[in-house]
Design a protein around this ligand. Structure first.
Ligand SMILES: [Zn+2]
Length: 430
């Protein structure tokens, strides 16, 4: 039987009416498919959320300076419920794991070579993979949907002719959901769609939608565990557990691999609040830790932002002018503006022939009028904050992109310096 066809095993009647065999049925807003999958439900949720975002964005666009807080709060209250409706039931089916690996020695492997390597000795083990190339090495994120494959990758690390290390295993990749979320975050920040997803979330102090979905699932599972009413629901749950269906297997796998295995024996006796707090803390901590490795090639952002406590960057509150604020954000997170972050062959500043990083651009580039603008800034800031000139380039970059000055006047000067530099650089050489 193919997945799309419905097995017709006799005629079912209810009060004299014949009941049709269908491939899909909507019950309480959740689309149930005859093949037991929720693919249709998930894409349906995404389409509905995208429609709602379109309306939200057109409402927001009528005012020029909508606060970031307001926009995100509307997203959380209006869009997330649409996106995650019923996720406690269907979330498990998008159970795709990602395993990130870094090679122990510098590599310049092509995509084809990487593909062959991961297929390795046991045949095709992954769904697909993404590659991030740094100046002399490769980092790959491999998506898998079988827990055994994760174990296989861990077992194979550090051996063979091209040894690699598993640097991160994240339990779920909610690609579609996260895309909707991150693209709204990018809209709020005013950066291009090419800006890094991780950097965007980090700048706003947001966590992935997947965390909410997993949390909803675990809480729902906990509720089912506590049922003692001999209801249909309880009987269904007992059957699910006895037959080790996808839902229960997914929950068990998640809890075991995330240091929450003790829930499996004792969850019944814990309050929902306890389960929620511990699961949430575990998921958030994992996410923030994984951010660090993913952001390691973003020198501007790492330099400018401590990851703990995890919250939005302060300059977002301190710069009122939207245009100037967006320039700061682009310098911090939008990796397609300055050449060094483009992941292209030519990362050198065309004038100075050194990598065009943010600190080069702001503090040492000699292209065009940049030195003149810089000299003017140095004189002005020297009068207010004499200590600034004695700092190293990295410290200066951190102070400037964080607006970490003690006086309002210095902040003003720094803002107009960054704005002038940026406008000069990108208007002349777009
Ligand atoms: Zn230069």
């Amino acid at each position: 039987m193919s997945k799309g066809t419905v097995r017709n095993s006799g005629v079912l009647t209810f009060r004299g009416d014949c009941i049709d065999y269908v491939t899909c049925y909507k019950y309480l807003g959740v689309q149930l498919s005859s093949n037991g999958k929720f693919t249709q439900m998930i894409s349906d949720r995404c389409i509905k959320a995208q429609k709602a975002i379109f309306q939200l964005r057109s409402a927001l666009s009528t005012t020029y300076n909508v606060s970031r807080k307001l926009a995100l709060s509307i997203f959380d209250k209006q869009i997330i419920p649409v996106l995650t409706y019923g996720c406690a039931i269907w979330g498990q089916t998008c159970n795709i794991d990602t395993v990130a690996v870094t090679f122990n020695t510098p590599q310049t492997l092509s995509k084809k070579e990487l593909s062959n390597l991961f297929q390795g000795v046991t045949g095709k083990i992954y769904i697909d993979f993404d590659v991030i190339r740094t100046s002399n090495n490769v980092r790959a994120t491999i998506r898998i949907n079988n827990p055994e494959h994760k174990a296989w990758l861990i077992m194979k690390q550090n051996v063979g002719p091209t040894p690699f290390t598993v640097t991160e295993c994240s339990s779920r990749s909610w690609k579609k959901f996260e895309q909707i979320h991150t693209s709204f975050c990018k809209y709020v920040l005013g950066v291009s769609k090419y800006a890094s997803n991780s950097a965007t979330l980090c700048e706003l102090g947001r966590v992935p939608i997947g965390i909410r979905i997993t949390l909803a699932q675990i809480l729902y599972w906990h509720r089912l565990e506590q049922l003692e009413d001999n209801s249909i629901l309880q009987s269904a749950y007992i059957e699910t557990r006895e037959n080790d269906y996808d839902f229960i297997r997914g929950v068990r796998y998640f809890l075991k691999f995330n240091g929450l295995g003790d829930f499996l024996n004792g969850a019944k006796f814990q309050s929902p609040k306890y389960i929620k707090t511990r699961t949430n803390m575990r998921l958030s901590d994992q996410f923030i830790q994984s951010l660090e490795s993913r952001l390691s090639h973003f020198e501007n952002l790492l330099l400018c932002k401590p990851l703990f406590p995890y919250k939005h960057s302060e300059y977002l509150d301190n710069i009122r002018n939207v245009k100037i604020r967006n320039i700061f954000t682009r310098l911090r997170v939008d990796n397609n503006k300055l050449k060094a972050y483009c992941h292209k062959e030519d990362t050198l500043c065309s004038q100075c022939k050194v990598p065009e990083t943010a600190s080069h651009f702001l503090f040492s580039c000699s292209s065009g009028q940049l030195p003149t603008i810089r000299r003017k800034f140095d004189q002005n800031v020297e009068n207010i904050t004499p200590i600034f000139s004695s700092k190293s380039a990295n410290e200066k970059l951190s102070i400037i992109l964080n607006l970490d000055f003690s006086s309002q006047e210095a902040i003003k000067i720094a803002c107009s310096f960054v704005k002038d530099m940026y406008n000069h650089r990108f208007k002349r050489n777009p």
